[in-house]
Design a protein around this ligand. Structure first.
Ligand code: CMC
Length: 387
């Protein structure tokens, strides 16, 4: 009716102001609080980036130590969570479990849910970052019928996650520092990406005053879809389906065919019309991890060849479709022994500081409830038929 701007998919609508992350999609630039992602990936680590996203500056040595200690010493979850988890079917997708577990945290920590209390907000942010890997590993252990493994505070964030995933009562898991660092880097590369679907969902849920655990649970649900965080799982399945370099052309043809719903997973992005800078770091990490493990994965060869062919193909060139963060992450995760169903859970764990930083930024400034309008296309007013 001319009153509203109609912008399906929010292609050209800014829904908020934010000082956390900057993206220049044409140049392939991603900055967190001004720092380029490539520099953070090389010189920093996940916990330092969490601090940067939450507090706006890199920590000095004391603040860093205090923050790391806080996060690494609050990794345990309430034992009652185990009873809740055991209500799920064994074959439940771990993302379904994560939506439930994270939402359920609000019933365990109701003593610190006053969203107008700065200290409560901070405690919740710390709790979420601390406990996500524990919940993620529990979801995995449950699915394979193994006992849950308690966190170990002396391990690094990435190392502790691998320990909780792979240790058993019969066998200790020796954390390989190269692999723990790779895990940390995967978390770091996912830490934030401004107003993507899941972060916008967290903000929208938060704008009603909902508690932060419930808001993050809604973000996890939005992340699950294959167009967003579910793409890493879909990439690996696609590479396995391609199976051999000689089949690549068939899949490229299918991706270009408008009558075929198939898309090249891990390719294309709403904002990047150039290389996703995270994909470049991911590709390099992929080579490092496979080199360390002495793995010669044919899927990596297929992925590299597929990337090369797509980057030279007119269809992909014209539409500026480049590999995104999900294209190489699955190959690394597979090499680390992580099953494909856990890939999006790992994305969710890495994205938690971004979600909570955006929620916190919104709540600590003036905000209004998010309430998009619509263009009504249904019937005009009509009378209920006489009986
Ligand atoms: N394969 C084939 N064609 C594609 C692809 C693809 N992966 N991505 C976009 N296109 C085509 C699309 O068909 C359209 O063509 P046309 O103009 O002829 O109709 C054009 O490129 C623009 O695509 P769009 O769907 O309008 O773009 P969008 O901004 O709405 O969608 C996207 C972005 C990421 C959902 C989409 O590129 C896609 O589905 N990619 C595959 C899934 C994927 O890898 N997702 C992870 C995104 S990065 C991590 C994250 O943020 O979660």
């Amino acid at each position: 009716n001319g009153i509203f701007t109609y912008d399906p998919g929010f292609v050209s609508t800014a829904a908020c102001e934010s000082a956390i992350t900057y993206i220049d999609g044409d140049k392939g630039v991603l900055l967190h609080r001004g720092y380029p992602i490539e520099q953070l990936a090389e010189h920093s680590d996940f916990l330092e980036v969490c601090y940067l996203l939450l507090y706006g500056e890199l920590p000095d040595a004391d603040a860093r130590e205090k923050f790391s200690n806080t996060i690494l010493h609050h990794t345990m979850v309430h034992e009652q969570i185990i009873s809740f988890l055991k209500g799920f079917r064994r074959d439940a997708h771990p993302m379904a479990i994560m939506c439930g577990l994270v939402g359920a945290l609000s019933s365990f920590y109701h003593d610190s849910l006053d969203i107008n209390n700065e200290r409560h907000r901070e405690i919740t942010a710390h709790r979420l970052i601390s406990k996500m890997p524990t919940l993620a590993a529990m979801a995995y252990k449950y699915s394979v019928g193994q006992p849950f493994v308690y966190p170990r505070n002396e391990l690094s964030y990435g190392g502790n996650f691998l320990h909780m995933m792979f240790a058993t009562p019969c066998e200790e898991y020796k954390v390989n520092p190269v692999l723990a660092k790779a895990m940390d880097r995967i978390f770091l590369l996912h830490a934030d990406h401004e107003q993507n679907a899941s972060t916008s969902t967290v903000r929208l849920a938060g704008s009603s005053g909902a508690n932060p655990f419930a808001c993050i649970a809604s973000g996890i649900a939005a992340l699950w879809g294959p167009a967003h965080g579910g793409a890493n799982e879909a990439v690996l399945k696609m590479l396995e389906e391609i199976g051999n370099e000689k089949h690549i052309d068939t899949f490229i043809k299918r991706a270009k065919d408008k009558d075929d719903p198939f898309r090249l997973m891990g390719f294309g992005h709403r904002v990047y019309k150039n290389f996703d800078p995270r994909a470049k770091v991911m590709k390099q990490t992929c080579d490092e991890v496979l080199g360390e493990l002495g793995i010669n994965d044919p899927l990596l060869r297929i992925a590299k060849r597929l990337e090369q062919i797509a980057l030279e193909d007119e269809y992909f060139v014209e539409r500026k479709l480049y590999p995104n963060v999900d294209f190489y992450s699955g190959i690394i995760l597979k090499a680390l022994g992580i099953p494909v169903e856990m890939f999006t859970v790992i994305f969710a764990t890495g994205r938690t500081p971004g979600w909570i930083a955006h929620w916190h930024e919104m709540i600590s400034h003036s905000y209004r409830i998010g309430r998009p309008r619509q263009l009504y296309t249904g019937p005009a007013k009509r009378d209920y038929p006489a009986k």
